[in-house]
Design a protein around this ligand. Structure first.
Ligand SMILES: Cc1ncc(COP(=O)(O)O)c(C=O)c1O
Length: 389
């Protein structure tokens, strides 16, 4: 038997993530400063960790209900209303998932298959395209533009919609660009979608990480509520990446369908993480506020640092990424990142790892200490000076 031939084409043909090469390289190097990984450098706040530990001490080591503990779903419901004016019924409109990642996969698996098109604005999180391909559906990419500050415009959306469009992904605040969408900008998107039979998957995992402008959910527009699935989770805002916990909210019919897949494939999300998450929802606001304040300080330093080096860098108002343009160096994104890593031992990620239109940009993550950011800027500056000589 040729094992290779046993693997489905849409799995076989999926290229590995463009980031992997860099993680292999840094494994062989010392003294690398990483602005590469998209995860908080903070440890989960102590009260949240303690709630997880206490649940273990109490012997809470069993499965939860498929949808997640009802107490957690109640807390999520209160949180979403308090923060984003979203109303979801804990009993049948919220499903607790293994990270936002599982929510994305469930939504695409429940809704799409061969013959369907999924609109994916890029640059964006690599999982959208991968999970779309695994369902057999076709990814229809929208190339967002630096001159629009990488926002989704009604015109670009309208042009991408065909009779086959089943799902549109709305990925804001955005990884890797840091772009956000304001209420007015979303209004234009709502006008395009409100009368169409298209489901929106709104990935709001960075909703808490906004600087200067409040996050607005497309689900908060009454015309969109029924046709939107909101993805969120604990990884980014609460520095809980390793706990693997997220949630997806939407109409009971959609949640029920996704719950079926979750039930058979996963059973339930991790119990310890759910206990910790209850504490995060009840008493996590102050910690989030402190982390956001610190991210904002680092964001300013990094943006200003890139601009001082002469690199165009639009103002990212969300998430924890800066997306400077490196076209002036004459290098491709990949060349820039690889040379920077080898010469100066600073890890950044080529923009085209997040879609072809990210070519000419790099992603630098500021979920790293201020000392690291300052040292990274010093090294990047030396690198740029060398190129300019
Ligand atoms: C835009 C976006 N959505 C979702 C996720 C998934 O996060 P998690 O599965 O840890 O909740 C990530 C992680 O990097 C992300 O950047």
């Amino acid at each position: 038997m040729i094992l290779e031939d046993m693997i489905l084409d849409n799995v076989k043909n999926m290229p590995p993530s463009g980031i992997r090469k860099y993680f292999d390289l840094i494994n062989e190097m010392e003294d690398v400063i990483s602005l590469g990984v998209g995860e908080p450098d903070f440890v989960t706040p102590w009260n949240i960790r303690e709630a997880g530990i206490y649940s273990l001490e109490e012997g809470h080591t069993h499965y939860s209900s498929n949808a997640g503990f009802i107490e957690l779903r109640h807390e999520i419901s209160k949180y979403l209303y308090r923060k984003f004016n979203l109303t979801y019924n804990p009993t049948d409109e919220i499903l607790v998932t293994v990270g936002g990642s599982e929510g994305i996969d469930l939504a695409l698996r429940a809704l799409t298959g061969p013959g369907d098109e999924v609109i994916i604005p890029e640059p964006s999180f690599v999982a959208y395209k991968g999970c779309t391909a695994f369902t057999g559906a076709t990814a229809k990419v929208i190339n967002l533009r630096a001159e629009d500050e990488f926002k989704l415009t009604p015109k670009l959306l309208e042009e991408a919609i065909t009779p086959k469009t089943k799902v549109v992904i709305v990925p804001f605040p955005n990884n890797p660009t840091g772009a956000i969408m304001t209420r007015d900008e979303l209004q234009g998107i709502v006008e395009v979608l409100k009368d169409k039979d298209i489901i929106v998957i709104s990935d709001e995992i960075y909703a808490e990480l906004c600087y200067g402008k409040e996050h607005v959910s497309i689900a908060s527009f009454p015309e969109m509520k029924e046709k939107t699935l909101v993805i969120n989770g604990f990884s980014k805002a609460y520095a809980m990446t390793g706990w693997r916990l997220g949630y997806i909210c939407g109409h009971p019919i959609l949640i029920e369908a996704m719950k079926k897949i979750h039930q058979y494939a996963i059973m339930c999300s991790p119990t310890t993480a759910q206990y910790a998450a209850i504490e995060a929802m009840k008493n996590g606001d102050n910690s989030v506020e402190e982390m956001v304040k610190e991210y904002n300080r680092r964001r300013r330093v990094l943006v200003d640092g890139f601009r001082k080096m002469g690199l165009d860098c639009f103002e990212p108002l969300g998430a924890f990424y800066v997306f400077p343009c490196i076209k002036s160096t004459g290098m491709t994104s990949d060349e820039f990142c690889e040379k920077l890593l080898r010469d100066q031992k600073v890890l950044t990620v080529p923009g085209n790892a997040f879609g072809d239109c990210g070519e000419g940009f790099i992603r630098a993550c500021y979920a790293s200490s201020m000392d690291n950011i300052i040292e990274a800027l010093r090294r990047i500056s030396l690198f740029i000076d060398k190129i300019n000589k």
